[in-house]
Ligand binder design. Sequence first.
Ligand SMILES: [Zn+2]
Length: 227
Amino acid sequence: MGRQIGGPEIERLIALLARLPGLGPRSARKAALHLVKRREELMQPLARALAEVAERILVCSVCHNIDTTDPCSICADPKRDRSLLIVVEDVGDLWALERAGVARAHYHVLGGHISPLDGVGPEDLAIASLLGRVKGGEVGEVLLALNATVEGQATVHYLLEQLAGSGVKVSRLAHGVPVGGELDYLDEGTLGAAIRTRQTLEAPSTAPAKAHDSNDGGPDDDDKENG
Ligand SMILES: [Zn+2]
């Protein structure tokens, strides 16, 4: 324990802030000082927001997302595609996919991954409720958007077995080269996955043939026209 820098209330605030992810004692002191200096425009609204959310927070009984309503606003959204169900490990993953804004789908939050070493088995995750939703009949495709870790992929295999025979299409996220990524900087695992999950390229639809009068040669003729 370092030397105290304020009264017990301020020390308590710093100690609590230091328990937030990404904040150590040093940044917690910085944040506390920032809050104390901006009491009216930041600290009090933040305290009210924290109290309000703490009071109203609910776990969605359908998808296990966290929201202030149950069913959550995603489950209650009539504009979403009910036939696509995206399975994620954690609420943070759901938020990340929603931020990307690529799929107006429904979700199912497992609450983690299977990890025998940590004593986490299938029965500790929201798998029974997932299978129940799939049996409901509205789902046409289950996208297993789990982490590309050993545990995440072991969970993918387990879910694949459980979903076999359910009649729904099961897919998973592609593994491979990140957007903007240079091959030279990728680890072997990522490169290997990128090669194993390679995609066939479709040739772009051919442009209308040019009006050549006497073109019986190959494509080489065109290439050499200006040379
Ligand atoms: Zn929900």
